[in-house]
Design a binder for this molecule. Sequence first.
Ligand SMILES: [Zn+2]
Length: 469
Amino acid sequence: MAANKSKLPKLLYILIALLLCGLAIPVVWVILTKFEGGLPTFQLKTPVHTIGKSFTLKGQASDQENGLRRVWIAISQHGKERTLFDKTFPSKSFWEGGAVQKELILLEIDSDALGLSDGQALLRTAVWDYSWRDWLAGNRAYEEHEVLIDTQSPTVDVLTRTHNLNQGGAGLAIYRISETGTVNGVQVADSFFPGYAGFFSDPNVYIAFFAIPYDKGPGTELYATASDPAGNTCLAGFAYHINPKRFKHDTMMISDAFLRRKIPEFEDALNTVNPSASLIDKFLVVNRELRQTSQTTLKDACKQSDAKLYWEGPFLRLPHSARRAGFADHRKYQYNGKSVDEQVHLGIDLASTAQSPVPAANNGRVVFAEYLSIYGKTVIIDHGFGLFSLYGHLSRIDVERDKLVSKGDTIGFTGTTGLAGGDHLHYGMMVNHTCVNPIEWWDPAWIRHNVTDKLGRAKKTLECSKKSP
Ligand SMILES: [Zn+2]
């Protein structure tokens, strides 16, 4: 009996302890989760140093624990504050916290409308979460960023007076920009050609080679443009004339013998195509899709160019060669008497004796020296300031990437690699991402009128303006 008596209160203690434990778990859970002290964040997508006339501020507010309660953004200058953004986010329930954990905020800032003047200002951001801390007000993260209000657009003064251009050809503009640190260049319809400093001693004078794509005629819009870090942009028109060009139309006969000889070279690249597909169907994939991916690889190789004019004088044409196809020839492909495809040829085909040595057309740095799909074994040379030359269908490559080459150096030998019917060199020239007609660069008179004379005149003008008070 005595033993039973002492057991009863023990059991009671255990029950009370268990009950307390049961209560303690939710209490600990509430303390840990609802009273968490992790700060919400507001991160600017790109750092903001300067704000121009109109500026898009991009930021992301987030709180992974109890969710976002409120985001507030303001800008203050000379003691006056302007609220740019103030939003309270909904909560799912008292216990569950905020319904939104992440919010991308895009704010259009109009400096004039806000009455901001040029000079220093303070960008202030605050973000709260649904934590129960601070008497249910939540955790608050507050930040200040010193910014510069700059509503002055840069000015672009185009120094080159005449721009006599050919459809499918190249051009050169030289201009001075009133401030440093701009993104500048020449806009040709929807293509942008960057300007480069470094040719003239004045760091604000830029040269930009640009291209008139083969499919852009005399009505194409052209202008020089510069945008400063604050987002202020200036456009400057200049006088130009685009001579229209008619390009040749050609028919390529595709024979079974050609397909049997060529398609095996592309079998690896055709791994997504049904292996039992017909040779002509495989050819169409090569001619359309692989042509497209080759063009993308080519553009990627020409993305970066050295700010140095490596080249001098006219470009070399493959010696003792005959032209087999021209720039921007519009080709129709016929198979068994039926038209099966159409493409545009973006270089010049030159044929000499088989496996002829191929000279570098001018001084430059090799930026590509490997197999490039329809172009076969290919070399691309950067001649500086956005100008490149391309050598395709080589049987052998004799240079390595990054090697500096001089005009006339043998870089490889002609061949039939890629989509070539017979031994020839596919010679291409590009201004940044756009293929241009190589004929201009083989012509000493064109180079003199359109490049060297312009550079010389600009140099003289700049020296004169330096001397004059
Ligand atoms: Zn070609």
